[in-house]
Design a protein around this ligand. Sequence first.
Ligand SMILES: [Zn+2]
Length: 130
Amino acid sequence: MVNAERVCTALNTTTNSIRQAHVARKWVERTHGMEHGMEWIDLPNGGGCWYVNRGDTYDATLCKVSDSLGSFEWIEASWGGVYEDAQQKHFDETGEQSCCNCGVYAECEEHSGKNWHGWACEPCRTQEVK
Ligand SMILES: [Zn+2]
């Protein structure tokens, strides 16, 4: 069995994205017994993350993390972890995080850290009170 590091190295040098997805899904299936296909989440940097869905947010899987310019890197991680890291990085650079209710990026005083689904923007907070 090829380990995660080696399969990621191979995926990073493969240019055909359909081929990448095929290899990634096969590897996850062989390693973990099953997989539920490729899924995508948007990241705050304008890029996103393709990942082999294993069912749970924090399951270690193969992720293709890309930036807004389209360069990418395959890594072994959970999509939840990739998303949290990207949220933290975005907050460090801009002081913004995404609202758990409407998804909009807005300035906030303090990052909610790991609990990224816990913060609501001003309009959403005032709506909740009404
Ligand atoms: Zn909101």
